[in-house]
Design a protein. Structure first.
Length: 165
């Protein structure tokens, strides 16, 4: 079995400066790749800072061209990166807190925060989460902040009665 190397970036974002924050993320990505990291996770809203009052103006579609430098770096470094960004999935949709998964193969996945803290509903709408990350046989569930403290109910195991058992 090959070990999966994960890292958390303890980055400081410049409030509202997406371009500068992208460049800061790329520095962290390079350092992580040099250390053999396969998956690098940034804080909630890392590309904008945690700035609810700016979220509507900064929200973008996850496929927006502004993210191309991060996607290109992830592919070139063969590194999967999870970054935080206020997103709009459609022009008329509300703003969500997104965790964008920029995969080493160039693909993109989106996780949307499901459980907002009191007061966040003023700037954000709750989402539906997203799929787990897969690294070979390893699966990693994503969560943004408050989502971590809300257990998702598991499906009960099927009941087996004799003689089928």
């Amino acid at each position: 079995m090959t070990a999966l190397t994960l890292a958390a970036a303890q980055s400081i974002s410049i409030a509202g400066d997406v371009a500068a924050n992208i460049e800061r993320h790329r520095v962290f990505m390079q350092a992580a790749a040099e250390r053999g990291v396969q998956c690098l996770v940034f804080p909630e809203l890392s590309l904008t800072g945690y700035e609810p009052s700016l979220a509507a103006a900064l929200a973008i579609d996850p496929h927006d061209r502004v993210l191309a430098p991060l996607r290109d770096s992830a592919r070139e470094l063969r590194l999967t990166v999870v970054v935080g960004m206020p997103i709009r999935l459609a022009p008329e949709a509300g703003v969500s807190i997104g965790a964008l998964v920029l995969a080493a193969d160039g693909s993109l996945a989106v996780y949307i925060k499901q459980h907002l803290h009191p007061g966040e509903e003023v700037a954000f709408v709750a989402g539906q989460g997203g799929r787990a990350l897969e690294f070979g046989s390893e699966r990693i569930a994503l969560a943004v902040c408050a989502d971590f403290s809300h257990a998702r109910p598991r499906k009960p195991a099927p009941v087996c009665t004799p003689p089928a058992c």
